[in-house]
Design a protein around this ligand. Structure first.
Ligand code: ADP
Ligand code: MG
Ligand code: ZN
Length: 601
């Protein structure tokens, strides 16, 4: 009887909402399928979409039922697709396509039942607050909701599903051993850190690793994500934290994982978050719980963040998150292993994994997964029997430079300029003795806005951490190769090189102010990109960058001039074939004269 009132009120609210939900559900899709950009394009192109609902950068595509009623793909009946824009330009392109295919826009997803639900909750909250007869006046009305939310997640991954990262697994392994046998740990008097922070760039597998640790230890996994705290009523976050710890204690040994902890644990003084009472209360509840539990309680707390320095220092104090494990970007070798892990289970053919891994330099685990998916989609679309290397190469291009946008027609003159520009980049790279690095040269515009591109694959391992001054300057020369070709061949410069110039400038700026690769300014190196230099230093920095840029530009022009017939030939072939790779490309690039090594000191 103790909780009689809250439950009655809840029951009424549930009844009312179920009524409305069931009423409006009839018009809602029974299932939504997440869809990559390429599929969204196709669906619209083949007129499979009747209407879309737009919510920020997310589109829900409702199927054109007539088409399916006519028996084309019966199984899609009642489904809708959702697609989330991740790259600039995609949305605009889709909208254009929707116009030509007469796809209707609908207002927001029918939110009436959501509104009713909110009314219901707010209503019973108010009623309960004012009920004088509440069984236990201290009991918060939301505590039972909190309990409902704190169920352990079903984890079906373990360390074997995390490719590479042996060191991280090793460090987590200690916690796993503790979870497997908490008693023996406390018997030996060993004390484990209470909170361990996993930190590193987005997509490197922090969340994945936390789940895998739970799977490895075979203990319940309690997940709470930073975004769960947003838009909650005041006090709900704190109460969820409390019940989270309560539930975890009941089934200990267990893991509590707080994903994106910066959402609640960011500096309290950060602008815009001042005096956010919900955040404050939640954070305090978390710290109180952490301080309160005994070392032998058998609970391990993990949290993840992209920016550990943005966390409230109080969270990093001893006895809280006093240990941090870095989860960095994967090396080429690890990228290869991640690929293998994800291809496993999907019908993989003969795949040159090492090539694919090299093509994805700079990418992280989440990208690897996306690429495997995209490659599988491309293979499916072509009804291929297995996923092949070429499917991967195209998937990477889609992810790296955007999808090919054949609908975009360039004028003949523009095409010629783009061909010359791209030929310039390629010839410079070849003159630097790295022709083999060029996987493809293309003048097909992409949805990311590029009018053409060189797809480069470093031949050597790109994981050496030290880069020489010469390498970086050669990179700048390569970036300027497109512009140089425009100047030498067409005697006119265009806006087409603006992105190259931006990148060249940024690279030189970093060389001078951060990497200590300047002749004169090595003693002015800082670790802040935004440091305020004195007027004099700034002038010197500017002067040095100008000088280096001018030198690189001259070198690029020299190379292009010395190889002008080759640039012309390559441009002509590009105009004819749109894309070149393999032997047709190498055949031309072999004519390029090797440039003398750059004088860099
Ligand atoms: P983070 O939390 O660091 O942003 P996630 O854990 O969400 O990254 O990683 C996204 C996805 O990428 C994971 O669900 C997993 O499928 C894949 N992934 C990342 N790293 C690895 C890895 N080392 N091995 C296998 N898959 C990985
Ligand atoms: Mg994550
Ligand atoms: Zn360019």
């Amino acid at each position: 009887m103790k909780n009689f009132y809250p439950y009655t009120v809840l029951a009424i609210a549930v009844f009312v909402t179920v009524l409305f939900v069931s009423h409006s559900l009839s018009s809602m899709p029974s299932k939504v399928i997440e869809t990559p950009y390429s599929t969204a394009l196709e669906l619209i192109e083949e007129d499979s979409v009747r209407s879309v609902v737009m919510d920020g950068d997310t589109l829900t595509l409702h199927p054109n039922m007539e088409k399916y009623v006519n028996g084309e793909t019966a199984k899609t009946n009642g489904y809708a697709w959702v697609w989330k824009s991740e790259r600039a330009g995609e949305m605009a392109h889709l909208e254009e396509l929707m116009l030509t295919h007469h796809v209707q826009y609908e207002a927001e997803e029918p939110s009436s039942w959501v509104t009713y639900l909110m009314f219901g909750i707010v209503g019973c909250f108010l009623i309960a607050q004012f009920l004088p007869l509440r069984a236990n006046p201290n009991q918060k009305i939301f505590s039972f909701m909190g309990h409902n939310a704190q169920r352990a997640e079903n984890v079906d991954v373990s360390f074997k599903d995390v490719a590479g990262y042996d060191e991280v697994k090793g460090q987590l392994g200690e916690l796993v051993a503790f979870l497997r046998d908490p008693k023996s740990f406390s018997r030996l008097g060993a004390e484990l850190p209470r909170g361990t922070l996993l930190w590193g760039p987005p997509g490197t597998g922090k969340t994945h690793l936390a789940r895998a640790a739970a799977g490895e230890a075979e203990v319940p996994f309690f997940f709470i994500g930073g975004s769960d705290f947003v838009e909650m009523f005041v006090g709900v976050g704190a109460s969820r934290v409390r019940s989270l710890f309560q539930s975890a204690r009941k089934v200990a040994p267990s893991i509590i994982f707080i994903d994106e902890i910066d959402a609640i644990g960011g500096h309290r003084t950060t602008a815009g978050q001042v005096g956010n009472p919900e955040r404050e209360q939640t954070l305090n509840a978390l710290m109180t719980e952490m301080d309160g539990f005994k070392p032998d309680s058998g609970i391990v707390i993990l949290a993840a963040t992209n920016r550990p320095d943005s966390l409230d220092p109080a969270l990093r104090r001893r006895g809280r998150f006093d240990r941090a494990i870095f989860v960095g970007p994967p090396t080429t070798q690890v990228r290869e292993q991640i690929l293998r892990t994800h291809v496993n289970g999907k019908a993989g053919g003969k795949i040159d994994f090492s090539l694919v891994a090299r093509l994805t330099s700079g990418m992280v685990g989440a990208d690897m997964r996306a690429i495997v998916n995209e490659a599988a989609l491309i293979a499916t679309r072509e009804s291929a029997k297995a996923i092949l290397t070429d499917h991967f190469v195209r998937a990477i291009e889609n992810v790296a430079v955007g999808h090919k946008d054949r609908s975009r027609r360039l004028s003949e003159n523009d095409r010629r300029v783009v061909a010359v520009h791209e030929a310039g980049h390629a010839v410079v790279r070849a003159a630097q003795g790295r022709a083999k690095d060029i996987t493809r040269v293309s003048i097909i515009p992409t949805t990311s806005g590029a009018l053409g591109y060189n797809l480069n694959t470093p031949e050597e391992e790109n994981d050496t951490l030290l880069r020489t001054r010469r390498e970086l300057l050669e990179e700048v020369v390569h970036l300027l190769g497109g512009r140089a070709a425009e100047e030498v061949v067409t005697h006119e410069v265009t806006t087409g090189a603006s992105d190259d110039l931006k990148r060249a400038n940024l690279l030189l700026y970093r060389m001078v102010t951060m990497y200590g690769l300047s002749q004169r300014l090595y003693n002015r190196v800082t670790d802040e990109e935004t440091i305020v230099f004195s007027e004099e230093t700034r002038r010197t920095v500017d002067g040095e960058i100008q000088e280096l840029l001018a030198g690189c530009h001259a070198t690029a022009k020299e190379i292009v001039s010395a190889n002008q017939p080759t640039v012309n030939r390559l441009a002509a072939d590009l105009l004819e074939h749109e894309e070149l790779s393999g032997e047709p490309l190498m055949g031309i690039l072999r004519e390029v004269a090797r440039a003398k090594p750059m004088q860099t000191t």
